[in-house]
Ligand binder design. Structure first.
Ligand code: DC
Length: 230
C-alpha cells in the first residue's frame, strides 16, 4: 500500500444494490472489491456448521470471535462474480440465503466478532485502490477514505427488486415476507451499539429508489472523478 492508495466506501442497508454497483465501479476502475458482508456471512455459515441447530445467542461470544478470527477463506474474481472458498469448498452461493443473512446480522452485532474481522478487512486495501462494500466502511473500517457513498432505498423498493431477482431465477417468494425480513435486518443493523449502519458524517447519500443501475454507477463515477481518486 502506498500513500496514494485510495478506497471508495459504498455503505447502505441490505438489498440496496451495493454489490451490483461495486462490481460495476470495480470493472470501470480495475480495482478489487471488499464484500465485507460476505465475511459476516461466512462466519455465520461456519458457526451453523460447528454448532448445528444452536441459536446464536446461546453460543459463547469468545467461540464466535475465534471462528471469525480463524476463517480460512479466499476470494477470486471469475466471470464477473466473486468466487468464495472456505477450507477448499466453493461456498459462493451457499452463503446467499436469508437464513445465513439473518444469522450474519445477529453475529455482526457482537463487538468481539467485529473486532476479530477488522484487520482482515483492512488488509484488502492494496495499491492503487479498493471498492469497499458494507455497513461501516466509511465510519469504522476506512474512516480516512476520500469517497464515502451511502446508498439508500425504501424497504418496499428493495424487497421488490429482491422479489424480481428470485422470480427471474424461477424461485417463488412472498413480497410481504421479504419486506418484513428486510425491516428486521435494518432494525438490527441500525440499532446495534457497535458500528451501527449509518451514513458517515462526510458521506454523500444517493437514494437509488428511482434510479437504474447505470444511473447510480454514473453518479458514483462522477463523485470519484471529482475527488480525483482514480
Ligand atoms: O451485505 P450483506 O447482506 O451480505 O451483510 C450481511 C450482514 O452482515 C448484514 O445484515 C449486517 C452485517 N454486516 C455488517 O454488520 N457490517 C458490514 N460491514 C457488512 C455486513
Amino acid at each position: 500500500m502506498t500513500e496514494t492508495t485510495q478506497v471508495i466506501c459504498l455503505d447502505g442497508p441490505s438489498g440496496v444494490g451495493k454489490g451490483t454497483i461495486s462490481l460495476a465501479v470495480a470493472k470501470k476502475l480495475g480495482w478489487p472489491i471488499l464484500d465485507s458482508g460476505s465475511l459476516y456471512r461466512i462466519t455465520a455459515l461456519k458457526v451453523s456448521r460447528d454448532f448445528p441447530g444452536q441459536a446464536i445467542d446461546s453460543i459463547d461470544v469468545s467461540q464466535l470471535a475465534d471462528i471469525a478470527e480463524n476463517l480460512s477463506v479466499s476470494y477470486a474474481e471469475k466471470d464477473d462474480e466473486l468466487v468464495i472458498t472456505l477450507e477448499k469448498e466453493d461456498i459462493t452461493h451457499l452463503i446467499r440465503n436469508e437464513d445465513i443473512g439473518s444469522k450474519a446480522s445477529q453475529i455482526a452485532a457482537i463487538p468481539a466478532v467485529r473486532e476479530a474481522l477488522l484487520e482482515r478487512q483492512r488488509a484488502f486495501l492494496v495499491s492503487p485502490g479498493l471498492i469497499a462494500d458494507g455497513r461501516d466502511m466509511g465510519t469504522v473500517v476506512f474512516p480516512q477514505a476520500k469517497v464515502k457513498i451511502y446508498l439508500t432505498a425504501s424497504a418496499e423498493e428493495r424487497a421488490q427488486r429482491r422479489y424480481k431477482q428470485l422470480k427471474d431465477k424461477g424461485i417463488g417468494a412472498n413480497l410481504s415476507i421479504l419486506v418484513e425480513e428486510l425491516r428486521i435486518r435494518d432494525e438490527r443493523d441500525m440499532n446495534r451499539t457497535t458500528a451501527p449502519l449509518k451514513p458517515a458524517s462526510d458521506a454523500i447519500i444517493i437514494d437509488t429508489s428511482e434510479l437504474s443501475i447505470k444511473q447510480v454507477t454514473d453518479e458514483v463515477m462522477s463523485l470519484v472523478s471529482k475527488v480525483n481518486v482514480a
